[in-house]
Design a protein around this ligand. Sequence first.
Ligand code: PLP
Length: 380
Amino acid sequence: MNPVLAPPASASLIRSEVAGLPLYDPGADTDEVAALSGSRRVIKLSNSENPYGMSPAVAEALRLGLAGGVSRYPDPTGKRLTEAIGKSLDVPARRIVLGNGSENILELLCQAVLGPGDLVVTQAPGFSLHEIFPRVMGARVQKVPVTAEFGFDAAAWRSALAAGPKLVFLANPCNPTGAMLNAGQLEQFLAATPQSALLVLDEAYGEFARPNPEYPDGLEALRGQDRPWIVLRTFSKAYGLAGLRVGYGIASDAALIQALDRVRTPYNVNQQAQDAAVAALGDHAHLADTVRRTGLEVARVTERLRGAGLRVVPSSTNFLFIDTGCPSDRVAKELHRAGIIVKAWREPGYENYIRASLSTPEDNDVFVRCLTEICAKDKP
Ligand SMILES: *Cc1c(COP(=O)(O)O)cnc(C)c1O
């Protein structure tokens, strides 16, 4: 038989739910873009990473941790970190779960809660893992579109939620649009979500939105509610620890955390990540500095791109969702040739959009110049 045509022996073993899944798109590879562009310093704007890096207190914790060696398993309960988080938020540690990134917690929630045919509701355009992890479990995912202005569509959510989902994912601020729900919109959303559903509020970018008085703290909004909920946060974005993989969830009750403990791999967060996160949590000044500098760049770059005639969604995060006016795959490729990595969006209706996270002012200037040149050239 022609070896090219023969399906591999493993093919028949793969569950149909898995075989049909889209692959998570991590964006272009830095080494490949470096080779393509011939530039040694690639500007990576594809993963919403923090250009200012970790707190010096984190560097010191990592140095100390390494000196102690890595032959021991990490603390499977994450005691020091859950207690530090609990103390900072006034929540008992038993209602906090740690994940290998908050993505890991999204996955655990799906494993613990969802079975074949269950309904999940989330937003479109959205974070791909809010769809991929439910589908792994055989759940159905219904996506609620944003309004034409990239806002929260209360009526569309109400009708989707009326179908009785078992789990609801909402990111606030939203990825990839960068838009946020204000307190009134969050209230509308909560009122429309059935009490029987598990409500997952993903606040991966919450730290960037918090200086805005209109941004509702999800934990405060949910604290008093008599329903199952979990708020997810991460050290990957504003804290600059993406490479260490550590995020956390604050849940309505300890029983939900115990369910996640049953499905998670026992040592899911390595000790370096736990120690680093404790140190990061203690350095308020570093976080505030990152948030302040990011906010200035978001405002400055948004204004410059708009000045060049591009549509940019108002962002409460560290990234921008930009209408390039032409197929974004092509724009992304041209940017790659200039040594800049952004994410070309692929969801239906948004194929002209890129998502670009912000870097230092110098990097952002290079990005603005290249993008406006490419877009001007493509104009009829
Ligand atoms: C980045 C991101 C996360 C989590 O990232 P981790 O690195 O796994 O903590 C979760 N949700 C959204 C919407 C994100 O953009």
